[in-house]
Design a protein around this ligand. Structure first.
Ligand code: C2E
Ligand code: MG
Ligand code: MG
Ligand code: MG
Length: 281
């Protein structure tokens, strides 16, 4: 914290800070052990096509139940993994588990989140290629989701890595669009295969007015660049309707299904459209 406040300054001693640091260290130790002992689980969230509301794909999301503490949210443990260098191992382990599960769903696509730190590892692209080959996964069925952070930090390197990933045949989506700076420049420059609109933009539109205009304009922007759009975090039928009208081709959110174990995806798969939504289809 002293660092954030600038050089040449110091802070009043606070015993709570020691406790906080202690807890962070312990979290990291437990996470490392969980990764080594294969305790990181993967949940799958349904992605449906906007036209027929049929299941088309799944997004893989890491899940960790910390012994003695219960479930820890990814918003907590992913940053710990990023800071401690565990993200490379964790990320590849999620990708492998997800690709192995994909064998059960020949007609579905798979999205997996990638952290900037993984992207920075020079052996990343080679590892992904090996993993896809080992699991017999058709690369074009796999989309890697990235947020804009890395593209802003290091556009030249990011561009190079993106091109190498595209050369092995995987797709790249820009995740959480609308949550950060979300520059139009990045959208054009990097040739993303898909854009994912952040939940914050979707839920803001409930209030109507300007927020709805912004949502529509954002989808229109992506479409003008021929980039298909997935809307995230859809919880209500009204939101789904608005985003279908705006021109999203894929929808994702609790309305269609929360992240779930693979065996529950087995059950949804084949329903057409998802039963609970048949009145909307
Ligand atoms: P994300 O990639 O944007 O994933 C979507 C998040 O929104 C997930 O949270 C999902 O459960 C949640 N969500 C989806 N629909 C709804 C909805 O209708 N309502 C609400 N309230 N939430 C919804 P989750 O699983 O907690 O993950 C949070 C973030 O952690 C992810 O955001 C992603 O950035 C990161 N993450 C998760 N798994 C991994 C992983 O394996 N690797 C990396 N690098 N990041 C991961
Ligand atoms: Mg994502
Ligand atoms: Mg997102
Ligand atoms: Mg996110």
């Amino acid at each position: 914290r002293a660092k954030e406040e600038g050089r040449g300054r110091c802070c009043v001693y606070d015993p709570a800070m020691d406790a906080e640091r202690e807890e962070r260290n312990q979290l990291e130790i437990d996470l490392r052990r969980a990764i080594e002992q294969n305790e990181i689980m993967v949940a799958f969230q349904p992605v449906v096509d906007a036209q027929h509301l049929k299941l088309r794909g799944v997004e893989a999301l890491a899940r960790w139940t910390r012994a003695g503490h219960g479930p820890v949210r990814p918003d907590i443990f992913i940053p710990v993994a990023e800071r401690s260098g565990l993200i490379d191992q964790l990320g590849l382990c999620v990708l492998r588990t997800a690709c192995e599960a994909l064998v059960r769903w020949p007609h579905l696509t798979l999205s997996v989140n990638i952290s900037p730190g993984q992207f920075r590892d020079p052996s990343f692209v080679g590892r992904v290629a090996d993993l896809l080959r080992d699991t017999g996964t058709e690369p074009s069925r796999v989309t890697l989701e990235m947020t804009e952070t890395y593209f802003i930090q290091n556009p030249a390197r990011a561009r190079e890595t993106l091109d190498r990933l595209k050369a092995i045949g995987v797709k790249i989506a820009l995740d959480d669009f609308g949550a950060g700076f979300s520059s139009v420049g990045y959208l054009r420059q990097f040739g993303f295969d898909r854009m994912k609109i952040d939940r914050s933009l979707v839920s803001a539109a409930d209030a109507g007015g300007r927020a709805v205009d912004m949502l529509q304009a954002t989808v229109a922007l992506a479409r003008s660049l021929d980039i298909p759009v997935t809307a995230e975090g859809i919880e209500s039928a009204d939101q789904a309707t608005a985003l279908r009208i705006a021109g999203c081709d894929q929808l994702q959110g609790y309305l269609f299904g929360k992240p779930m174990p693979a065996c529950e995806i087995d059950i949804l798969n084949g329903e057409e459209p998802l039963a609970r939504l048949s009145s909307m289809a």
